[in-house]
Design a protein around this ligand. Structure first.
Ligand SMILES: [Zn+2]
Length: 84
């Protein structure tokens, strides 16, 4: 499923396994088993950020996993997850 990751220095749902940057996560679906099943994909994407980046690994702005060509705040995860 799709998620929206929102960089957060305060309340964080998950942390990057590499740098401990915190993120709030907004889920397209509210089912706990679905969310748990998606976690490995999120962590993998966060690791990928470090593989590609030279300075700042993660985007400052919210982003979707899987990546989505539209605006993050119009994504299903943002709308259904109640991000805004
Ligand atoms: Zn990181």
């Amino acid at each position: 499923m799709q998620v929206l990751c929102h960089p957060s220095d305060g309340h964080a749902d998950i942390q990057c396994p590499v740098c401990n940057q915190g993120f709030r996560v907004f889920w397209e679906r509210s089912s706990a088993p679905d969310q748990k099943a998606t976690l490995p994909e999120i962590y993998q994407e966060l690791r990928n950020h470090h593989r590609d980046a030279s300075v700042a690994a993660h985007p400052d702005a919210p982003f979707n996993i899987p990546s989505w060509s539209g605006l993050p705040h119009f994504s299903a995860a943002a709308l259904l997850g109640g991000a805004y």
